[in-house]
Design a protein around this ligand. Structure first.
Ligand code: FAD
Length: 387
């Protein structure tokens, strides 16, 4: 399923998001992040703009935008406050899984409610003992009549508290070899018997947004909620969602890095040392040049991965992996440079660069760590260049 968004529509939507960020996100970002406050008042306007249905097909009430526009939207939101992009980040992956792999009945049941934001989604993949090694997950789903019974626990689940629908990856055949053939994905809505939200994690960055444990104790789910009505396909379903998730993370990294650069280039012209603005010192100019060049390269890699997805290329794990790897590393470097340009003030919570610096590492770790991205990239390259 691919969509093409015409340039006027794209500009209009991205412009509306930019204006929303300027008016409603930027004024609260630093305080809400520092105090770990969930931005509840942003949900209604995000619904009104259709942001919960960015890539959901129009016949199910979504906007059916292409991934280039999707990337630009995540970039704009993250320029204001990266946590806001998290409200619709894994929500989008859930929508993608249902739209691409769900049965007709599942599409009709979930997509319109996901598109409107009545359902706010998440992805429950990681476990205490299974992050990079996701095939080691221990959450089981055992068939019992017309239901499955889930037991296990998930870790770091974004939107666990404020979300109410989750794509949950489980093992339906713990003895399967290879292990991923025994994995199945379920859509689980709140409230469900035996589903509980565990500890709210106190994070370095990405604050205001909930990341928690999700606990399944004899949690019963209707067999109709098994994605695609097929056991053993869950790993494949989730991985296809993660490809688009990596475009999202790369775009977030470009957004945060851009915000940090813009703060630095402004500050460099205001702050004076030795009788002149620090922007006059060549050492600072070299930093600004490197920052802007790297950000633009990261942006182009991100748009390239999105464009390949939009063109219907069946697999984009190579391009999305490269974009996520490069953009997140650039974000880490640029946010540190922005802090250095701010001197001591960059270390103080009154300045946004302090937040950008705290947000950057998540892009390096989340959606598959950068070490794992390199393994994915290398595997694909060795396939392409096999002799
Ligand atoms: C704020 C936040 C939000 C998150 N949101 C979600 C969410 O909504 N849903 C979800 O399912 N998960 C979520 N995650 C989990 C995230 O995807 C994992 O933390 C990540 O995949 C890494 O897994 P891990 O923490 O278990 O690290 P580990 O897998 O234990 O890795 C530890 C270190 O070892 C390295 N490593 C591991 N294996 C290899 C290898 N084979 N070769 C080289 N290096 C290796 C890793 O790169 C890393 O540096 C979130 C995490 C955070 C911090």
């Amino acid at each position: 399923m691919t969509f093409t968004t015409d340039t006027d529509t794209r500009n209009q939507i991205v412009g509306a998001v930019r204006e929303f960020v300027r008016r409603e996100v930027e004024p609260i970002a630093q305080q809400y992040d520092n105090e770990d406050i969930y931005p509840e008042q942003l949900i209604e306007p995000m619904r009104d703009m259709g942001l919960f249905g960015i890539t959901i097909p129009p016949e199910f009430g979504g906007m059916g935008l292409d991934y280039t526009t999707f990337a630009m939207i995540f970039e704009e939101l993250s320029k204001g406050w990266m946590s806001v992009s998290g409200i619709i980040g894994t929500h989008h992956i859930l929508g993608h899984i249902v739209a691409s792999h769900g049965t007709d009945q599942q599409k009709a049941k979930f997509l319109p409610r996901l598109a409107s934001g009545e359902l706010r989604g998440g992805l429950a993949l990681t476990e205490p003992e299974a992050g990079s090694d996701v095939q080691n997950l221990q959450t089981t789903a055992v068939k019992d009549g017309e239901e499955y019974v889930l037991n296990g626990s998930k870790m770091f689940i974004t939107n666990a508290e404020h979300g109410n629908a989750f794509a949950v990856l489980t093992k339906t055949d713990p003895d399967a070899e290879p292990r991923h053939r025994g994995m199945s994905c379920f859509i689980i809505e709140k409230p469900s018997t035996g589903l509980e939200v565990g500890q709210h994690l106190d994070k370095l960055g990405y604050r205001g947004l909930d990341s928690c444990e999700l606990l399944f104790n004899d949690c019963r789910v209707d067999a109709d909620n098994l994605v695609g009505a097929a056991e053993g396909q869950g790993f494949k379903h989730v991985m296809s969602g993660l490809e688009t998730g990596r475009i999202n993370v790369a775009a977030r990294a470009v957004g945060v890095a851009t915000a940090a650069f813009e703060a630095a280039v402004r500050y460099a012209q205001q702050r004076e040392t030795f009788g002149e603005p620090i922007a006059s010192h060549q050492a600072i100019q070299l930093k600004l040049a490197d920052m802007a060049t790297k950000i633009q390269a990261a942006r182009l890699l991100t748009y390239d991965a999105a464009a390949k997805k939009d063109a219907g290329q069946p697999r984009i794990d190579l391009e999305a992996g490269m974009a996520k790897l490069f953009a997140s590393e650039v974000c880490g470097e640029v946010t540190l440079e922005a802090m250095r340009i701010h001197g001591g003030y960059g270390y103080i919570k009154d300045f946004n660069v302090e937040r950008y610096y705290r947000d950057a590492p998540l892009m390096i770790i989340g959606e598959g760590t950068n070490e794992i991205q390199k393994l994915v990239i290398a595997r694909r390259l060795l396939e392409q260049y096999a002799i």
